[in-house]
Design a binder for this molecule. Structure first.
Ligand code: CTP
Length: 219
């Protein structure tokens, strides 16, 4: 069988409201970058769409830098047709300011309300145009982790979702440890436990490979 082609998104997005200020979130991109490295280590041809982070670019992986949700969507649309599996770990900013000022806004004017609008839901858009691609989402939650994750799995029409508890100190956003359960469309659930992001990434890729590409094996 040909090499499995894997597209991973990672990191936060930034939505600027003037040239020096933006809305974002504390995602470091670590989990997604570890997943991209694990996919490549498993022998998959791996491409990474990466929001703004301070991480080093992983070797042997083609990396496309993006800033906003729109940039990420456009890059994903351009690459989606050429992938067998998409793993969407990016913490896409859900809102963006309606207007972006070309000049820096003076602080006296900053207290006026900034109006927001939703950003595109990238996974939802891609799931509408999918052909044979496997879609895997990530749900970062602070409470009712699995039930919210199941809701997203169904509403975004995914094949699997990694439910990620970010409420505990030392795990989740920007930490080195994480705690993940993988939930499949048919309701099965695999707890990967609490572990380093790099070990969890390896376990995740092995499970996804066995589940979705059993005949391909490890290259
Ligand atoms: N996602 C996306 N586009 C967005 C928001 C999220 O593609 N605009 C993807 C994320 O990359 C992740 C999944 O959807 O794989 C779930 O993201 P999450 O932020 O947990 O959920 P939301 O759908 O944004 O819902 P909420 O913020 O209300 O929990």
């Amino acid at each position: 069988m040909e090499k499995i082609r894997c597209l991973v998104s990672a990191g936060p997005t930034r939505e600027y409201f003037d040239p020096v200020r933006f809305i974002s979130n504390p995602s470091s991109g670590k989990m997604g970058v570890e997943i991209a490295k694990a996919a490549r280590g498993f022998g998959w041809e791996t491409t990474l769409i990466l929001g703004p982070t301070s991480l080093e670019k992983p070797e042997g992986i083609e990396v496309f830098d993006v800033v906003s949700a729109d940039d990420m969507l456009n890059r994903a649309l351009a690459l989606f047709g050429e992938c067998d599996i998409l793993i969407m770990t990016a913490a896409v900013s859900d809102m963006r300011p309606k207007k972006k000022s070309k000049a820096k806004v003076k602080k006296e004017s900053l207290n006026m309300a900034v109006e927001f609008e939703p950003t595109p839901d990238i996974l939802r858009e891609l799931s509408k145009i999918r052909k044979n691609q496997i879609l895997v989402g990530f749900a970062a939650e602070t409470n009712d982790v699995k039930s919210y994750a199941r809701g997203k799995l169904a509403s975004k029409n995914l094949d699997a979702i990694a439910a990620n508890d970010v409420s505990k100190s030392g795990s989740g956003f920007a930490a080195d440890l994480n705690e993940i359960s993988l939930i499949f469309k048919d309701g099965r659930e695999i707890d990967l436990g609490k572990d380093s992001k790099s070990r969890l990434a390896k376990k995740l890729i092995e499970i996804l490979a066995a589940e979705f590409f059993p005949q391909a094996g490890k290259k």
